[in-house]
Ligand binder design. Sequence first.
Ligand code: NAD
Length: 304
Amino acid sequence: MPEQTTVAFLGLGHMGGPMAVNLVRAGYTVAGFDVVPAALEAAQTHGVPTVASPLDAIAGADVVLTMFPSGQHVLDAYRGADGQPGLLAEAKPGTMFLDCSTINVDEAREASALAIAAGHRAVDAPVSGGVVGAEAGTLTFMVGGETEDFEAVRPLLEVMGKRVVHCGGHGGGQAAKICNNLILGVSMIAVSEAFVLGEKLGLTHQALFDVASNASGQCWALTTNCPVPGPVPTSPANRDYQPGFAGALMAKDLRLALNALESTGVAARLGPLASEIYDTFAAEGGAGRDFSGIITDIRDKSQH
Ligand code: NAD
């Protein structure tokens, strides 16, 4: 999709706002809209042209990019809800519906099928990299859809991200995202339990880190996002668990993973448990803290 592409950018929140700014800076014609006036104003302040309604945004758009909180938001917007007309019925034929929200795999497949049935094209492209990556244009996009549609959206995604990976057919982007975050959620709990056990057994954090980071316990949760302060000075543990990746988002992504585990019948045990652990963490004050703050829960709930 060349720079003369017109993009309706819907959902100008923490992620969508800076992503839209990067598209504008790269020369794309953007019409931004958000249901929350403050988000609309913030985007406008940062140079994103905004409009007064979703229909104004999609008028003449080649791409409808959504960055919403949940799959229900995406499906409601596509189909229409609460007396609002649906985007699919109003967009010009052959419009590219590009959803970058993190949603259930089944919802992503349903959204794509609806778009195609309405005469459009569809791709799911959830991201990792957080607000910092959205601002810097260094997100990773995990993309599900037909190869020619992937190739069509690639240049646009490359403006907002540094890695764009085609993960397969519709829903493939969402599938890759939740599988990755299932690994991440479980491994952070394992690393945290190991550090608390090490404390009980008299190991220093540095000694355990020096061994595990060079041995078979090595993983991103340990070597990049280390849940104790000291061994990795840039990890959130060194700034009282300011995110980083917030506990609420990890809890959300693990709920999506849990839904997929259940619908596919996988005999998983750690995934459902990790989902429960992060739900509790988020409900008990961890929602706005980095997910590695789970170690403080484990320590606080330990005996002695
Ligand atoms: P956010 O809540 O800040 O932004 C979502 C925006 O969508 C809100 O401003 C909301 O008003 C708007 N919105 C909802 N329905 C709308 C509609 N019908 N029309 C127009 N606007 C509408 O959330 P966020 O942090 O920007 O995250 C967006 C998505 O990205 C989520 O699915 C999240 O899971 C995913 N994600 C977030 C992060 C992160 O670090 N924040 C990282 C990776 C992925």
